[in-house]
Ligand binder design. Structure first.
Ligand SMILES: C[S@@+](CC[C@H](N)C(=O)[O-])C[C@H]1O[C@@H](n2cnc3c(N)ncnc32)[C@H](O)[C@@H]1O
Length: 195
Protein backbone atom coordinates (compact mmCIF):
# COMPACT_ATOMS: atom_id res chain seq x y z
CA UNK A 1 0.00 0.00 0.00
CA UNK A 2 1.43 3.44 -0.87
CA UNK A 3 2.67 5.36 2.18
CA UNK A 4 0.26 8.28 1.69
CA UNK A 5 -2.75 5.93 1.72
CA UNK A 6 -1.52 4.16 4.86
CA UNK A 7 -0.99 7.53 6.54
CA UNK A 8 -4.48 8.70 5.54
CA UNK A 9 -6.04 5.52 6.99
CA UNK A 10 -4.10 5.95 10.24
CA UNK A 11 -5.12 9.61 10.50
CA UNK A 12 -8.76 8.78 9.89
CA UNK A 13 -8.70 5.94 12.48
CA UNK A 14 -7.08 8.30 15.00
CA UNK A 15 -9.86 10.82 14.45
CA UNK A 16 -12.48 8.08 14.91
CA UNK A 17 -10.83 6.78 18.07
CA UNK A 18 -10.58 10.28 19.55
CA UNK A 19 -14.30 10.79 18.93
CA UNK A 20 -15.13 7.43 20.55
CA UNK A 21 -12.87 8.13 23.52
CA UNK A 22 -14.10 11.65 24.32
CA UNK A 23 -17.38 10.65 26.03
CA UNK A 24 -15.71 7.75 27.86
CA UNK A 25 -13.19 10.01 29.54
CA UNK A 26 -15.78 12.30 31.11
CA UNK A 27 -16.29 10.22 34.27
CA UNK A 28 -13.19 11.45 36.09
CA UNK A 29 -12.70 7.90 37.43
CA UNK A 30 -9.20 6.35 37.42
CA UNK A 31 -8.64 4.55 34.13
CA UNK A 32 -7.83 0.86 33.75
CA UNK A 33 -6.80 -0.40 30.32
CA UNK A 34 -6.70 -4.02 29.23
CA UNK A 35 -4.71 -4.53 26.03
CA UNK A 36 -5.86 -7.53 24.01
CA UNK A 37 -8.93 -8.05 26.20
CA UNK A 38 -9.97 -11.11 24.17
CA UNK A 39 -13.31 -12.56 25.26
CA UNK A 40 -13.68 -9.96 28.02
CA UNK A 41 -13.99 -12.24 31.06
CA UNK A 42 -11.20 -10.62 33.03
CA UNK A 43 -12.09 -6.98 32.52
CA UNK A 44 -15.82 -7.54 33.02
CA UNK A 45 -15.18 -9.19 36.39
CA UNK A 46 -12.60 -6.53 37.25
CA UNK A 47 -15.01 -3.66 36.44
CA UNK A 48 -17.74 -5.33 38.47
CA UNK A 49 -15.40 -5.64 41.46
CA UNK A 50 -14.10 -2.05 41.08
CA UNK A 51 -17.06 0.28 40.47
CA UNK A 52 -14.91 3.34 41.23
CA UNK A 53 -12.64 2.66 38.24
CA UNK A 54 -13.43 3.10 34.55
CA UNK A 55 -12.22 0.16 32.47
CA UNK A 56 -11.44 0.11 28.76
CA UNK A 57 -10.74 -3.12 26.88
CA UNK A 58 -9.15 -2.96 23.45
CA UNK A 59 -8.64 -5.72 20.92
CA UNK A 60 -8.05 -6.26 17.22
CA UNK A 61 -10.78 -8.88 16.83
CA UNK A 62 -14.29 -7.47 16.50
CA UNK A 63 -16.10 -10.70 17.30
CA UNK A 64 -14.30 -10.96 20.67
CA UNK A 65 -15.26 -7.37 21.45
CA UNK A 66 -18.92 -8.11 20.62
CA UNK A 67 -18.89 -11.06 23.04
CA UNK A 68 -17.22 -8.87 25.66
CA UNK A 69 -19.89 -6.19 25.29
CA UNK A 70 -22.62 -8.81 25.68
CA UNK A 71 -21.03 -9.93 28.97
CA UNK A 72 -20.72 -6.45 30.43
CA UNK A 73 -24.24 -5.53 29.24
CA UNK A 74 -25.66 -8.64 30.93
CA UNK A 75 -23.96 -7.49 34.12
CA UNK A 76 -25.41 -3.97 33.56
CA UNK A 77 -22.00 -2.39 34.03
CA UNK A 78 -21.66 1.32 33.31
CA UNK A 79 -17.93 1.61 34.12
CA UNK A 80 -16.60 -0.34 31.15
CA UNK A 81 -16.17 0.14 27.39
CA UNK A 82 -14.73 -1.92 24.55
CA UNK A 83 -12.88 -0.49 21.60
CA UNK A 84 -11.68 -2.03 18.36
CA UNK A 85 -8.16 -0.61 18.44
CA UNK A 86 -4.51 -1.42 18.04
CA UNK A 87 -2.70 -0.49 21.22
CA UNK A 88 -0.17 2.03 19.84
CA UNK A 89 -2.90 3.87 17.96
CA UNK A 90 -5.13 3.79 21.04
CA UNK A 91 -2.37 5.33 23.18
CA UNK A 92 -1.74 7.96 20.54
CA UNK A 93 -5.47 8.78 20.43
CA UNK A 94 -5.67 9.45 24.18
CA UNK A 95 -5.91 13.17 24.92
CA UNK A 96 -2.58 14.64 26.05
CA UNK A 97 -3.83 15.27 29.60
CA UNK A 98 -5.29 11.78 30.11
CA UNK A 99 -3.28 9.38 32.26
CA UNK A 100 -3.86 5.67 32.79
CA UNK A 101 -3.83 4.37 36.36
CA UNK A 102 -3.28 0.71 35.47
CA UNK A 103 -2.77 -1.49 32.46
CA UNK A 104 -3.20 -5.25 32.04
CA UNK A 105 -1.59 -7.29 29.29
CA UNK A 106 -2.63 -10.91 29.75
CA UNK A 107 -1.48 -13.82 27.60
CA UNK A 108 -0.36 -11.51 24.83
CA UNK A 109 0.52 -13.32 21.59
CA UNK A 110 4.04 -14.73 22.22
CA UNK A 111 5.27 -14.86 18.61
CA UNK A 112 7.64 -17.74 19.47
CA UNK A 113 9.90 -17.58 16.38
CA UNK A 114 12.83 -15.22 16.82
CA UNK A 115 12.21 -13.49 13.49
CA UNK A 116 8.70 -12.60 14.75
CA UNK A 117 9.73 -11.21 18.14
CA UNK A 118 9.41 -7.71 16.70
CA UNK A 119 5.62 -8.32 16.63
CA UNK A 120 5.41 -8.81 20.39
CA UNK A 121 3.55 -6.01 22.16
CA UNK A 122 6.24 -5.51 24.81
CA UNK A 123 9.17 -3.63 23.30
CA UNK A 124 11.25 -0.75 24.76
CA UNK A 125 9.41 1.75 22.48
CA UNK A 126 6.05 0.41 23.64
CA UNK A 127 6.97 0.88 27.31
CA UNK A 128 8.13 4.43 26.51
CA UNK A 129 4.81 5.25 24.81
CA UNK A 130 2.85 3.59 27.62
CA UNK A 131 4.81 5.56 30.23
CA UNK A 132 3.93 8.81 28.46
CA UNK A 133 0.23 7.97 28.97
CA UNK A 134 0.50 6.56 32.52
CA UNK A 135 0.32 8.44 35.80
CA UNK A 136 3.26 8.29 38.23
CA UNK A 137 3.00 5.01 40.15
CA UNK A 138 0.66 3.47 37.56
CA UNK A 139 0.99 -0.29 37.37
CA UNK A 140 1.59 -2.39 34.29
CA UNK A 141 0.50 -5.99 34.97
CA UNK A 142 1.89 -8.60 32.59
CA UNK A 143 1.04 -12.31 32.60
CA UNK A 144 1.89 -15.07 30.13
CA UNK A 145 2.16 -18.83 29.86
CA UNK A 146 5.15 -18.50 27.50
CA UNK A 147 8.34 -18.72 29.59
CA UNK A 148 10.58 -17.17 26.95
CA UNK A 149 8.24 -14.22 26.34
CA UNK A 150 8.06 -13.75 30.11
CA UNK A 151 11.87 -13.43 30.33
CA UNK A 152 11.96 -11.19 27.25
CA UNK A 153 9.27 -8.79 28.56
CA UNK A 154 10.57 -8.70 32.13
CA UNK A 155 14.10 -7.98 30.89
CA UNK A 156 12.81 -5.03 28.85
CA UNK A 157 10.84 -3.70 31.85
CA UNK A 158 13.80 -4.13 34.22
CA UNK A 159 16.06 -2.16 31.87
CA UNK A 160 13.55 0.61 31.20
CA UNK A 161 14.10 3.91 33.03
CA UNK A 162 10.37 4.75 33.12
CA UNK A 163 9.33 1.52 34.87
CA UNK A 164 10.31 -0.26 38.07
CA UNK A 165 9.51 -3.93 38.42
CA UNK A 166 7.78 -4.28 41.77
CA UNK A 167 7.50 -7.14 44.24
CA UNK A 168 3.79 -7.11 44.85
CA UNK A 169 0.88 -9.52 44.72
CA UNK A 170 -1.21 -9.92 41.59
CA UNK A 171 -4.11 -7.51 42.04
CA UNK A 172 -7.04 -9.58 40.83
CA UNK A 173 -7.31 -13.28 40.08
CA UNK A 174 -9.67 -14.49 37.41
CA UNK A 175 -8.67 -16.96 34.71
CA UNK A 176 -8.87 -15.60 31.18
CA UNK A 177 -9.77 -17.88 28.26
CA UNK A 178 -6.09 -18.26 27.35
CA UNK A 179 -5.13 -18.82 30.99
CA UNK A 180 -7.58 -21.72 31.11
CA UNK A 181 -6.01 -23.20 27.98
CA UNK A 182 -2.45 -22.89 29.35
CA UNK A 183 -1.21 -26.34 30.28
CA UNK A 184 2.03 -25.41 32.02
CA UNK A 185 0.99 -22.61 34.31
CA UNK A 186 1.88 -18.97 33.88
CA UNK A 187 4.21 -16.23 35.15
CA UNK A 188 3.46 -12.61 35.99
CA UNK A 189 5.25 -9.39 36.80
CA UNK A 190 4.10 -5.94 37.78
CA UNK A 191 5.99 -2.79 36.88
CA UNK A 192 5.28 0.65 38.31
CA UNK A 193 5.62 3.90 36.35
CA UNK A 194 8.56 5.77 37.83
CA UNK A 195 7.61 9.07 39.54
C1 LIG B 1 -3.67 -14.68 22.93
S1 LIG B 1 -5.02 -13.59 22.97
C2 LIG B 1 -5.31 -13.35 24.72
C3 LIG B 1 -6.67 -12.80 25.01
C4 LIG B 1 -6.98 -12.60 26.49
N1 LIG B 1 -6.12 -11.60 27.08
C5 LIG B 1 -6.88 -13.89 27.25
O1 LIG B 1 -5.95 -14.03 28.08
O2 LIG B 1 -7.75 -14.77 27.05
C6 LIG B 1 -4.26 -12.04 22.54
C7 LIG B 1 -5.28 -10.97 22.16
O3 LIG B 1 -4.57 -9.75 21.97
C8 LIG B 1 -5.09 -9.10 20.82
N2 LIG B 1 -4.01 -8.24 20.30
C9 LIG B 1 -2.86 -8.65 19.74
N3 LIG B 1 -2.09 -7.61 19.39
C10 LIG B 1 -2.78 -6.50 19.75
C11 LIG B 1 -2.53 -5.10 19.61
N4 LIG B 1 -1.39 -4.66 19.06
N5 LIG B 1 -3.46 -4.23 20.06
C12 LIG B 1 -4.62 -4.68 20.61
N6 LIG B 1 -4.91 -5.99 20.77
C13 LIG B 1 -4.01 -6.89 20.33
C14 LIG B 1 -5.50 -10.22 19.89
O4 LIG B 1 -6.47 -9.82 18.96
C15 LIG B 1 -6.01 -11.27 20.87
O5 LIG B 1 -7.41 -11.18 21.10
Amino acid sequence: MPLEIAQAITASRLTELRALLAPLLQTGLPLTLEIGSGHGHYLTAYAEAHPAKFCIGIDLIGDRLDRSARKSNRAALTNIAWLHAEVSLFLEALPAETRLAEVFLLFSDPWPKRRHWKNRVVQPEFLTLLASRAEAGARFCFRTDHAEYFDYAQKIALAHADWQVAEEPWPFELATVFQERAENGHQSFIARRSP
